[in-house]
Design a protein. Structure first.
Length: 416
């Protein structure tokens, strides 16, 4: 039986009672990696060489495909308010499987744009969107911890994926990898999807739906998307909070081969440090989940952004293996905290009734920002800006969300 008081649901009980749905979220999170920048960028050398593309040209193509996926996601993401979790998840999984197989057959710029568009839309976009909306909607008092637990999936993928993919490319070729991965993906989740997505007693219980006075005040208003765009705080604080991490993290991951070269390390050695990234990302996700459930997503949102800022500084100024480890550790901490915090923040501020379309708008911003950074940084590389120029740009824009969240949610506001 679930605990009597929702506010006191222990994490151990949450896992014991909700393990099926949490596994569903973690699997969706893990396999969203197929469309994530860190995964696709591992193939950038082979694709650029085969299609005779520069860093800037590949970044431009990536940006076009990602922008197209962002436009599509703005509409498609609304379906999370209309379709069941099982049905929308199944559609998304099938679409991503077909997209990944198609990517193995790219032969030129047009098919590359099409392949990237499909991977970005159904991988980074819909896989993340579907599970995070479902988790945020089905849990209230344990929302932060549930998002943290399921977010571990992508952290595991980021840890084990890069070195495995680098070795697989060397062993069987990059096109064969894109035939192998979708088969494993499909059969690891589809046979179990119906059972994993069934609603549980806890999700329907009074304990889960119990809210303190603070929580009630946070979810009285349920925004529609049109209301969101009229909200000044959204444009000044929330939008940069969503866009900046996507821009900086995507830019670094997309051009990781260039950055590894600038730091005088091999790509394989660089990729091995993702283990530190994954460990701290998991720690960050659970720390963020605990803080969200005990304090709020609003008041603690500056912490993850601060970790990202210091991580970029350590990559820029640090020399040697220890500083590289420090960068990956801070980078992971930031990623883990920001991912769970953002989903919870949107539910706190704008309610859960229309969370599908609200989250779709946010996901569109995320994808758009992730489209701009590869081309912008790629052109900077082509123009000879080097490591210093790139790092200064990333540090400059990363300062804004840290200061904006501190001022708006912690200094000026006594209600949030």
């Amino acid at each position: 039986m679930p605990p009597a008081t929702g506010a006191q649901i222990p994490t151990s009980d949450l896992i014991k009672l909700e393990w099926r749905f949490l596994i569903y979220g973690a699997l969706m999170s893990f396999w969203s990696s197929i469309g994530q920048t860190f995964f696709i960028s591992l193939f950038s050398l082979e694709i650029r060489e085969e299609l005779s593309l520069s860093h800037g040209e590949f970044g431009s193509i990536y940006a076009v495909a990602t922008m197209l996926s962002a436009v599509t996601l703005f509409w498609l993401g609304k379906q999370a308010d209309n379709l069941t979790v099982f049905r929308l998840s199944l559609i998304t999984i099938i679409a991503l499987t077909i997209s990944a197989i198609f990517f193995s057959f790219i032969t030129g710029v047009l098919t590359l744009i099409g392949g990237l568009y499909l991977l970005r839309l159904f991988g980074q976009g819909m896989m993340t969107h579907v599970y995070s909306v479902a988790i945020a909607r089905r849990y209230r008092v344990a929302r932060g911890r549930a998002l943290a637990i399921t977010g571990v999936g992508i952290n595991i993928a980021e840890s084990i994926g890069p070195p495995i993919i680098v070795l697989l490319i060397a062993a069987i070729g990059w096109r064969q990898v894109w035939l192998l991965i979708p088969v494993i993906f499909f059969f690891s989740i589809v046979p179990f999807l119906s059972r994993l997505t069934q609603k549980t007693a806890l999700q329907e219980s009074a304990a889960n739906n119990h809210q303190t006075n603070v929580q009630k005040s946070q979810e009285i208003i349920h925004f529609r998307r049109k209301d969101l765009f009229k909200n000044r705080e959204f444009w000044i604080v929330v939008l940069p909070l969503i866009a900046v991490p996507s821009f900086t993290i995507t830019g670094i991951l997309f051009h990781q081969i260039f950055l590894a070269d600038q730091k005088s390390v091999t790509l394989f050695y660089w990729s091995k440090n993702y283990a530190f990234y994954a460990l701290t990302a998991i720690l960050g996700a659970f720390l963020s989940g605990f803080l969200i459930d005990r304090v709020s997503a609003r008041k603690t949102s500056f912490i993850g952004h601060s970790a990202l800022l210091f991580g970029i500084i350590s990559l820029w100024l640090g020399q040697g293996n220890l500083f590289l480890i420090l960068f990956f550790a801070l980078f992971g901490l930031a990623s883990g905290m920001i991912t769970s915090n953002t989903s919870a923040l949107l539910a706190e501020k704008y309610g859960t009734r229309w969370l599908g379309e609200i989250k779709a708008a946010a996901q569109t911003i995320t994808v758009t920002a992730s489209a701009i950074s590869p081309i912008m940084l790629g052109l900077m590389i082509d123009w000879g800006f080097g490591l210093n120029g790139i790092m200064l740009v990333l540090i400059g824009i990363s300062l804004y969300p840290v200061s904006a969240t501190l001022i708006n949610f912690n200094v000026l506001s006594t209600q949030n």
